[in-house]
Ligand binder design. Sequence first.
Ligand SMILES: Cc1cc2nc3c(=O)[nH]c(=O)nc-3n(C[C@H](O)[C@H](O)[C@H](O)COP(=O)(O)OP(=O)(O)OC[C@H]3O[C@@H](n4cnc5c(N)ncnc54)[C@H](O)[C@@H]3O)c2cc1C
Ligand code: FES
Length: 507
Amino acid sequence: MDTLSLWRGTAPPTGYAMLNGDVTADVLIIGGGITGVTLADLLAEQKTPNKPKVVLLEADEIGTGTTGNSTGNLYQTVSSGMADLVSRWSPEVARQVAAERGAAIAFIEERCRLLPDVGFRRCNLYKWGDASSAKEIDKEFEALQAAGIAVQRQDSVPSPLPPAGSGVLVLQDQAQFQPQAYVAALARRAAEAGAEIHEHSRVIDLDLKNRRAVTASGSVTAREIIMATHTPKGVFLVHAEMPVHREYAVAFESQDGAPGPGTFWYGGSEQLSVRTLQAGGKQYVVCAGQEHKVGIHNATAALLALENLAKKYFGERTITHRWSAQNYRGADGLPYIGRNAQGIFIATGFSTDGLTWGTVAARLAAAELLGHKAAFADLVRPNRLSPVKGAKAIVEENVTVVKQLVKDYLTGRQDEKLAQLQPGDSAIVDAEGETFAAYRSPAGELFAVSNVCPHLGCKVHWNSVETTWDCPCHGSRFRPDGTVIEGPALSGLKRKHAPPLGGGDAG
Ligand SMILES: Cc1cc2nc3c(=O)[nH]c(=O)nc-3n(C[C@H](O)[C@H](O)[C@H](O)COP(=O)(O)OP(=O)(O)OC[C@H]3O[C@@H](n4cnc5c(N)ncnc54)[C@H](O)[C@@H]3O)c2cc1C
Ligand code: FES
């Protein structure tokens, strides 16, 4: 299935040259999403003598990771709710989070004044549910007030949004933008100010001792390395703490019946997030649904469920864009931002709130690299120990990983003969004493790769919507030919030499 987000489909292209040769820099930023690009911009705008030489390496193109596949909403609260933060931490921490995120949104607004139009607008965020969530909504109202967020209550939302069975919380003066257009324009600004940006330059090896990152066509040696890769590359303690989920989104044109400006979050037995975008003289409605554990859900069914939900409220529509992306959630409700034990700056655990968290992370990293330590940095440092606040999520996550390892190695293997693999089909295949993750393209080409994730050895599962092999353990994802797309794995799935057709020993 073809997937392309509305943001990527309606933003101007970028177009930076691939890294070619060996270069040195003061700061190497790996990753060209909102975190990496914002940091590049903040460092590039410094005046000499403080101005560092910055190189940014992006594996694909600017914004094509999660940023350009998000929903483009900016808000002070967090999607798991302020009540969750208050109960895990305290009202004071919730206040700090709201203030830091509010400052990041104000920063984005200020940057947008310096950029071509990237669809930034201030608007309210509406949060409500069905009758089963009435109590939760009441509690959330109190937590939002305790966090110092301007919030009011109302009784209903306009049709065709899902009707309110609970109170409706109205968070005032939140915001939205076109995330792909924003990072593309911000990258252009950073490049014009001297940041060296390279696309199609995936880091395939990292020598942390010598501070050297290697791509297929060159290398960068830098005093400081920032992993703005959504989840850090390699083996990090934080991987064991972060559940990984995938979320699906669709967009359709609507001249009539679309809700007005706003971010609309409906939760209860159904979950739906709705917003609109004006682009190229058209009005689009964007709907996103509930999240699913990576690698252990049926991607086609999840997307279909979202399309049916959109149809239920907005009527029969022609879907113009379909996409999905994944998120990593901090075990204690906060992201992990700061230096790890090896002195590498990491920024992860943003959940579905990372357009704002990524901006917070870039501002914290810039402050630290320029010699000022922000007070908020302590709260989100990656090596914080919060055994009580995050215990449940860590245990649950490790149980998921262990279960997945055991299940995949001992049981439940889907064996099929390669010869039976039809165009568009995938399977885990045992043949000639080896196990393959096999996929036959619609044109008939057969891809056979190892089914063992090179990160820590879990078995990959097929994602029928994105046509990728996804690892359920820490979220690494791979193309049918084994090339790594995202996640902590640095290398791809090993290519295997497929045996002659019909050579399977199962069946
Ligand atoms: C469906 C969905 C909707 C969301 N909606 C919202 C929302 O409305 N509001 C909000 O605040 N947040 C939202 N989020 C979360 C938010 O999009 C992310 O947290 C945020 O975009 C992360 O930005 P990032 O720059 O850290 O990572 P990314 O945007 O993922 O950028 C990381 C980049 O690193 C690159 N990279 C990876 N490995 C390498 C390598 N080895 N070498 C070089 N480059 C590499 C990738 O190609 C990628 O471009 C949503 C998330 C999902 C899944
Ligand atoms: S992502 Fe960690 S084992 Fe696959």
